[in-house]
Design a protein around this ligand. Structure first.
Ligand code: FAD
Length: 383
């Protein structure tokens, strides 16, 4: 039986960032993942705002910027209608508003940076069970190994066993999106590598993303609210194939395109404030805490930043030798201070997007203001 002060379950961006921050704070810990890295994860592969802020905080921004697997652009185009778009542009003196990196590379980049001194990795066997015992939380892996920790971090994604077992998490299809994604090559992309995001209406708003990658491949994805997709009987694969073949503003770019691999689907949870994210001896981060942005789907950056905030909370728990629910509760406030306003505004924007004409009117009305404010907003929340 292994005993440790801290055990992180999940080594995606949220868990890896928690580990990197714990090491900066000189705190020894275990980190478990069912996968062996490099491992892939279905994603749009876009990195914005809090991803930059986290990389900067962790001292990894320069290594990220000089890594040839990641590329960068100053421009994001959000098309509300074919002839109405909002441009989120970085100012002349700054370098990027969005970066792109395949998750197989980005997550491996983070895992490779983990400390040899403070981190013990247990990769290749998933967590099967968690139970409270006198000394803490006992974690049992599928390979039979057991680890007892004073405090557990749930960084195990949307289907988190930690949040189910310790926080009583109940999945909520109204508070998550379902997306499908695939890689293509030979797609005609703009020279400035701008991100293309389109709102596309099919009885409900769907979000269509085209993100370029370092090897000239392109990540193409489509999705929307999980419950609404079910209610409206929408088949995402049929919809995205139809967009690529027939959409007047999209089809031209895909004339010579070749799909690499199959469409892959996965969920994006945004239930922050609706479910418990901390309690006696546990803290949840990233998708396990439902921290993805409901409107523009940033989940990597919010996951990383929550990992950093969580590591700081752990440092104070260990200092005070206090792992109680009451002591943990300030974590919720810290998360709210970091993301609360933005997550709430994004939920409001998503609700408004259900009303196509009103949303378009709102976008047209606020276009100049939003575009002028964009560089300031990016700067405040990123690097
Ligand atoms: C199609 C799609 C497109 C997206 N596009 C973007 C985008 O462009 N930009 C963006 O910022 N976000 C995007 N997201 C959201 C983003 O992918 C997630 O929010 C992000 O991966 C969350 O990181 P995480 O570390 O919390 O969880 P994950 O990345 O899911 O990592 C969880 C880790 O836990 C491990 N794990 C799971 N269960 C167990 C277990 N029982 N035992 C041990 N280990 C376990 C997994 O192997 C995994 O390594 C997208 C999501 C989807 C589905």
């Amino acid at each position: 039986m292994i005993k440790t002060a801290v055990c992180i379950v999940g080594a995606g961006p949220a868990g890896a960032s928690a580990s990197l921050m714990l090491s900066k704070l000189k705190i020894e810990h275990y980190i478990i993942d069912k996968a062996i890295f490099p491992r892939d994860k279905t994603c749009g592969d876009g990195l914005i705002l809090h991803a930059y802020k986290s990389l900067l905080t962790l001292g990894l921004l320069d290594a990220f910027l000089t890594n040839s697997k990641f590329i960068h652009s100053k421009n994001i185009n959000l098309y509300i209608k074919d002839n109405l778009n909002l441009q989120f542009k970085e100012s002349e003196d700054r370098d990027m508003a969005i970066s792109y990196g395949k998750r197989i590379d980005f997550d491996h980049f983070l895992v490779n940076e983990m400390s040899k001194q403070y981190t013990t990795c247990q990769f290749g066997s998933g967590v099967k069970n968690l139970e409270e015992v006198a000394e803490g939380i006992r974690i049992t892996l599928k390979n039979g190994k057991q680890i007892t920790a004073k405090i557990v971090v749930g960084a195990d994604g949307i289907q988190s066993i930690v949040s189910r077992k310790l926080a009583g998490f109940i999945p909520n299809k109204n508070k998550s999106s379902t997306f499908i994604s695939a890689y293509f090559n030979n797609v005609k992309m703009p020279l400035d590598k701008a991100a293309e995001i389109r709102l596309y209406y099919r009885k409900m708003p769907l979000f269509f993303y085209v993100f370029p990658l370092a090897n000239n491949e392109v990540n193409v994805s489509l999705g929307g609210n999980t419950q609404k997709l079910l209610d409206n009987n929408i088949n995402l694969k049929e919809e995205i194939e139809s967009i690529i073949k027939t959409h007047p503003k999209v089809a031209d770019k895909f004339i010579y395109a070749e799909q690499i691999g199959a469409w892959r689907g996965w969920g994006i949870p945004y239930h922050f404030k609706k479910q418990t994210i901390c309690g006696n001896r546990f803290l949840l981060v990233g998708d396990a805490a439902g921290l993805a942005n409901s409107f523009y789907k940033e989940g990597v950056g919010t996951g990383m930043m929550s990992g950093i905030i969580c590591a700081k909370k752990i440092a104070s728990c260990l200092k005070e030798n206090n792992f109680s629910e009451t002591f943990m509760s300030s974590y919720k406030k810290d998360i709210d201070n970091e993301f609360g306003k933005l997550l709430r505004f994004s939920e409001f924007a998503l609700k408004l997007a259900n009303f196509k004409a009103i949303f378009a009117g709102f976008a047209r009305f606020s276009k100049k203001f939003v575009e002028k404010k964009a560089p300031g907003i990016i700067k405040k929340r990123s690097y």
